[in-house]
Design a protein around this ligand. Sequence first.
Ligand code: NAD
Length: 334
Amino acid sequence: MANTRTVTIINGDGIGPEVMAATVRVLEALKVPLDFEYKDAGTEVVAKYGTNLPHETVEAVLRSGIALKGPTGTVVGGGLPSANVGLRKRLDLYSSLRPVKSVPNVKTRYENVDLVVVRENTESLYAGLEHIIVPGVVESLKIITEKASTRIARFAFEHARKHGRKKVTAVHKANIMKLSDGLFLDCCRKVGREFPEITYEEVIIDNLCMQLVKDPTRFDVLVAENFYGDVLSDLCAGLVGGLGVVPGANIGERTAVFEAVHGTAPDIAGKGIANPTALMMSAVMMLDYLEHTEAARRMESAIWKVYSSGEVRTGDIGGKATTREFTDAIIAAL
Ligand code: NAD
């Protein structure tokens, strides 16, 4: 088919293959000109490749420029480095984008939450630069650069402008980390001056957490360095019903990886009851990125319609539907 775009599909571990199969079914039903190339990553393929991130998978994403990825497992405190962190580094996926929006009929403390967390993906404490100075003393380095901070600030403001958002909030702790977070703020301020139509504000991370749980509706776009962004992203997901319903994307200059933000859910893997919404909404973000705007809106409204009717819901949000039943309902609603 003319203009068919190849998308690299990485199923991942645990519930990954289940939520991916459901999402691909919906994409196929939409008949968008996409061709799916399946590649491996995760703990379940280590025996086959000797690594959780095979070279050919990275090469495939570099070639296609686009991947849709299921969750991959990691071992806490030891074992192989995370396949996710590896992928972000190898592809220089410098920004993480997580839209957090209230889902119809999913009861939470707040209604009308509609914000976006933009997280710098390459540095800060998350670079994992740690060493033992002497036994019993460990040093962990927080690296903040002008280049990465300016790049993520520009990404946040450009995202705001493109999507008609009104305010960007820079998240920091520059009252204590005056040099590192101070530099981050300087970069945000400088970039912000190029976007006079967008309100710019700065909020200290601890105060922000308190304000978010009191009234998240007052926030629009949040931009944060890696570590604060990681914590904030999950906090914000919790405001709208948890990890099962929140999508995500990791975006670089030439490559983008769209993935659900939840993990491999080992407790329910293989049971056919996982909620595929997060990966489906990530696929909606992918369709937007590829400028298949009409298909993106159709898929999004089908998902919203199923939630609004409230009849077909998976177990994590209080229903009884299987992954297949939920997916059938989405396809019927397209
Ligand atoms: P998790 O997100 O896998 O599970 C937390 C809880 O949420 C579990 O009860 C699980 O059943 C439930 N849950 C998660 N996604 C769900 C879905 N789509 N539908 C229904 N219920 C869902 O978090 P965890 O247990 O801390 O992590 C398990 C593994 O996943 C770890 O190895 C971790 O490193 C990995 N992980 C991977 C990613 C990723 O690849 N992006 C992200 C987070 C965690």
